[in-house]
Design a protein around this ligand. Sequence first.
Ligand code: NDP
Length: 281
Amino acid sequence: IFIPLLGLALAFYFYSAPENFNEEMLRGKRVIVTGASSGIGEQMAYHLARMEAHLLLTARTEAKLQKVVKRCLELGAASARYVSGSMEDTTFPEVVVKEAENTWGGLDVLILNHIGYSYFNYFNGDVGHVRKLLEVNFLSYVAMTVSALPMLKESEGSIVVVSSVAGKTAAPFSAPYSATKFALDGFFSSLRHEFIIEKVNVSITLCILGYIDTENAVRAVSHAIRDTPAPKEECALEIVKSGVLRRRELHYPSRAVGSLLLLRDIAPDFLDSLIRSSYKQ
Ligand code: NDP
């Protein structure tokens, strides 16, 4: 039974293999990137600018966004603007989407990438912090999706959700963060089913990232983690590619994340002990 099943799986894979990425796929597309003032979001903005997309960037720090927008225009963006504000403010997700609607009258790609600050340590019992982090890292993603959906349905566009290995398999010292990332998987994977059932042609790409060399991540965990982080520029490009190719999930770096997910399914206790031993004592 294994051989015919394998044959069927391979036939299905090749039949449904997505087309190759081409930078022109982004030319003139209207894209929102959240968390675009630094790190992976900033790098995604630069790739999209080189590909001549229209950009609407958001984060809290206006001065940083101004610099990123200026650089995007130098790199060749079809247009670039920003709206600054905090996703802790429950009205802000709609403000961002309205800005896109008023400026462009439509939207092709929604890239949800921002995260709020969380500590890297034993869970300290602060429920208020978990609630606030859920608002920033999860509920604002839901709210932006709800506001943007009419435009995305119209353009048959894409939603890209940036998550983490911490949203597939938990590690110590990141309980609040991990909870928000697991929530993203549950919500957006359920929504993907519903889009397929209702023939809504809007793709959802969930990005499962390992350790990436952004300034904030390295500052937060380099004292405790032995791994070498992967480059944020390449990571950002892989996210953009996966979104435009309408892939279900991106695993980056692919080998490290792939092995982790395989071990999670076949030997979860062994994986947990490996994870614990990867932290410096
Ligand atoms: P950064 O900390 O570099 O960037 C976070 C972005 O979110 C910044 O633009 C920040 O700008 C913005 N932000 C922070 N707080 C708020 C807020 N309250 N409201 C609105 N925006 C806010 O993160 P990374 O680039 O490292 O991570 C990007 C994504 O990749 C995240 O979803 C993260 O979980 C994921 N990821 C990263 C990994 C890594 O190792 N780097 C590993 C796994 C996943 P400002 O402060 O100006 O608001």
